[in-house]
Write a protein that binds this ligand. Structure first.
Ligand code: HEC
Ligand code: HEC
Ligand code: HEC
Ligand code: HEC
Ligand code: HEC
Length: 243
């Protein structure tokens, strides 16, 4: 099961604990990648163990208390057409990365505590793991028949090949933006995270860790913003949100 957000220490880990993620979604430098691959393979004889180490370092709460990782297992999705939210160019699953593998939100959305924009990770960040992780090897949640099992593994590995192709072809995936407020509205993420803390993402985005495909949960309408500001005694000045 998933730990509560605050126990999981998502979103509040000190930045130095991360292998640095690049700021732009379109960078293609190779230095960080080589460094990371080296770092991962140096510390382990086996490639699989290297990933486990990378993940536990990115996730110190579990490592420090010596607890084994909670056993949330993302299910096999056989009918992707029924998922909420827009279909992305690569079927990137938050329930696998942030849920099952517990990669902290900030590993990928690295600027959410310091900027109004959380940032979407560059392919470089993906490829740092996916030059080694070929996909289709994780334990599945739920009941899965033998036939379903091999189809699902092949499908996940095929999606990972798209990540590798994006890297080698220098063609970053064009992620479809899901959340957005109009241009005349000012929304600073960092100010909200500072106050709402580790439960912050959940408050506005729902539990992304269990979403195979991200969809919008809150209305993002003015009434929604103002309601929370009223509840929390934050200013409702028109100029706070409107330039
Ligand atoms: C391994 C990298 C990675 C991790 C970890 C990750 N994300 Fe994401 N996130 C992405 C990518 C890539 C996208 C764009 C594609 C998509 O929407 O699925 C995205 C999209 C999103 C979106 C939708 C953005 C939009 O377009 O409006 C939200 C909200 C989000 N992530 C929240 C979270 C939260 C909360 C966590 C932690 C529980 C998290 N993410 C962990 C990579 C990641
Ligand atoms: C910290 C390591 C790590 C990072 C960073 C990472 N992944 Fe993954 N990814 C994994 C692991 C582990 C799996 C499960 C592998 C398995 O099944 O063998 C996985 C599985 C996948 C899969 C197959 C399952 C699915 O989600 O549909 C895709 C596609 C994928 N990743 C895309 C991405 C993309 C795109 C990014 C960058 C936004 C990314 N990954 C970043 C570790 C990572
Ligand atoms: C108070 C509500 C609130 C909280 C808390 C919050 N978000 Fe958001 N998020 C929003 C709104 C509103 C937008 C649309 C912003 C815009 O259009 O500028 C958004 C957009 C995003 C996007 C898309 C940005 C892009 O450039 O495509 C991502 C990714 C995201 N949030 C991740 C996170 C993560 C990760 C956390 C927790 C660390 C978080 N958010 C916490 C309200 C929130
Ligand atoms: C879940 C509660 C919540 C929601 C929803 C929310 N806010 Fe806030 N907002 C806060 C809190 C708490 C603060 C006070 C932050 C501080 O004291 O620094 C804040 C502060 C702000 C600030 C002031 C930042 C500064 O520089 O002083 C702006 C602007 C803002 N919010 C815009 C928005 C907009 C626009 C939306 C809707 C898209 C929104 N907020 C939705 C809780 C919320
Ligand atoms: C906490 C943030 C916040 C505050 C404070 C706020 N607004 Fe807004 N406002 C929004 C957001 C977000 C939208 C865009 C979403 C929507 O249309 O509801 C918006 C949209 C609007 C619109 C366009 C509505 C439409 O239907 O297109 C007007 C006009 C407006 N606001 C006026 C005001 C006035 C006047 C005040 C002061 C009394 C104010 N707002 C205070 C967040 C805020």
């Amino acid at each position: 099961m998933l730990r509560p957000y605050n126990k999981q220490a998502l979103c509040t880990l000190p930045r130095w604990r991360y292998i640095p993620a690049p700021a732009s979604r379109f960078t293609t430098q190779t230095d960080t990648i080589r460094h990371r691959a080296l770092w991962m393979t140096k510390r382990s004889g086996r490639v699989g163990a290297g990933v486990a180490i990378a993940l536990s370092i990115a996730f110190p709460a579990a490592a420090q208390t010596g607890q084994s990782a909670p056993g949330y297992k993302a299910p096999v999705i056989s009918d992707t057409g029924r998922l909420k939210g827009p279909r992305q160019p690569i079927f990137f699953r938050h329930d696998i990365h942030a849920g099952q593998d517990q990669i902290p939100c900030l590993y990928c959305h690295s600027t959410v505590t310091i900027s109004s924009e959380p940032g979407i990770p560059a392919v470089q960040t993906c490829f740092g793991c996916h030059q080694i992780v070929t996909g289709g090897k994780r334990p599945f949640g739920g009941t899965v028949s033998a036939a379903q099992d091999s189809t699902a593994r092949a499908a996940e590995a095929a999606e990972v090949r798209k990540v590798q192709a994006a890297w080698f072809g220098k063609k970053p995936p064009e992620w479809i933006r899901i959340h957005g407020v109009p241009g005349f509205v000012h929304f600073p993420h960092q100010r909200h995270i500072k106050v709402l803390g580790t439960d912050g993402c959940i408050t506005c985005h729902g539990d992304v860790r269990t979403m195979p495909q991200v969809y919008q949960v809150a209305t993002l309408k003015m009434g929604w913003c103002v309601n929370c500001h009223v509840q929390r005694n934050v200013s409702r000045d028109c100029t706070l949100c409107h330039y």
